[in-house]
Design a protein around this ligand. Sequence first.
Ligand code: GUN
Ligand code: ZN
Length: 434
Amino acid sequence: MSANPDINSPLALKGQVLSFNDGADASQYDYWEKGCVVIEDGLIAAVGDAASVTVPEGAGVVDHGDDLIMAGFVDGHVHYPQMSVIASYGAKLIDWLNTYTFPEEAKFSNEDYASATAEFFLAESLKNGYTTSAVFCTIHPQSVDAFFSEAERLGLRMVAGKVLMDRHVPDNLCDTPQLAYDQSKTLIEKWHGKGRNLYAITPRFAPTSTPEQLEVAGALYQESDGVYVQSHVSENVDEIKWVGELFPEANSYLDVYKRFNLLGPRSLYGHGIHFSDADIAMTVETDTSIVHCPTSNLFLGSGLFDYESLRDAGARIALGTDVGGGTSLSPFATMKAAYEIAQFRDYSLSPFAAFHMLTLGGARALHLDDKIGRLAPGYEADLTVLDLNSTDLIHHRMQNVDSLADTLFAQIVLADDRAIRATYANGAEVYKRN
Ligand code: GUN
Ligand code: ZN
């Protein structure tokens, strides 16, 4: 895979082009059947109908034919250290963490192991069209160094942070409030804003942090310019009961985080399945983002996310793979699971809503919708190119599509990583299918 590629010469990509225009509204989009995207200095310089876009003299031209060019995909919640525990059998959340996840995460004290896994994870993400992800590392600062080093080498815009845990975990995965503060602060200074990297203060979830540690996490969020917070909330009914016992003064699981100043812009909470109306209102009032992790919710038997209520309330919602609780780094598997969950809730998630969450809606959830998620002049040139005929069955089904919506829905249900023809980040090709 190319690193430090030459992003100085202009590049024009031709193909079908689809780009959403409004972070909150999936019905606002541009589509050109024969479109062109011009990239200069890592940014999008022009986009539109190929007949009317001026390609600069000396630009490299890549004609993608009937492929569909979209903004790079956004994974709003994922654990890179869990690549080796994906597909682990027979447990729900708390047992799954104790049996599979914590022993694996302990291995990340070894920086070589962390670097090899970060490299593999990012290669797999690019192979699936993801160019931005919000990523949990482990409690080890070296796991963060390994991740951000590789992200920077590839020129990616990534959000990540050191996990904070100071109770209810094995001793070798336990830090303290002071260590959480000192190590996070050092990592923020080292990585936040370096290259395209962005730092997230990352208390794993309320049960594995003492009130003192959550206090420290909230203080860091309030005092550090532009950093993120990421955690988990209201995923599993046993977990919610446990949080109620640990924090009896709080009105709900989400309210625990509010009490420690951990809700607000650039805070990203995975799951949010079992929310009350008051929780939904709190999400919107505090401008907190919720990440829907559908394959994980089905695999761990956690519950059925209420997309419609959160969307109608105006919440910022991203899609997340949540690997390794999630079962796939494929955006198609993730969108398909979101569709299936919506069906159980008597609602049909439109293909536009699904691809919107994957691009500009996800960027809005990350407060990055002025930089990524769209193909428009001035936006960072992160793009994904889809082969719409990547298997015999998809090709067969494509003979019978009658609209763009139908085309997108067939991809959601039938496609996998073979549909990702190429991925570009910062204006350079970072993945190409063989
Ligand atoms: N809650 C706390 N940690 C985790 C995790 O690693 N995965 C999931 N799905 N839920 C969590
Ligand atoms: Zn998670």
